[in-house]
Design a protein around this ligand. Sequence first.
Ligand SMILES: [Zn+2]
Length: 151
Amino acid sequence: MIKYQLHCDDGHDFEGWFPSSEAFEKQKKRGFVACAICGSNKVDRAIMAPSVARTDNRTQALPTEFVNEVPTPLISDEERELRRRLSELRAEMINDAEDVGEDFAEEARKIHFGQRDAKQIYGRTTLADARDLLDEGIGVLPLPPSFDDAN
Ligand SMILES: [Zn+2]
């Protein structure tokens, strides 16, 4: 289908869809192409400035970019942005912290009881251990997940 900008002898502008340029010429010759406003069949294609034609090409190219992008990533742009922010937050949280790995609960208690530097630490612990720590008045924050594997 082709969209034509049409123009009648009364000066009305309107748009029409045609299967092809030949179909348009045929329909016009038979007087089937009528002005959408006054019904006049003295209708012809409006002459378009090159800049208008280029604008049309550009708007038609946009969905193509979109279509190309869809099958490739498994995650949406929003998801990617969320992951990026979480990764940034994670990096910020562990920036000055020491990775104590599985010993997190133990090391956290040592800090709490003044048995080691009150340095920021991070590591892994079970939910049950984290609850115990919180019960003991030791602040524990969940660390945002790492998306290193995803990259
Ligand atoms: Zn008209």
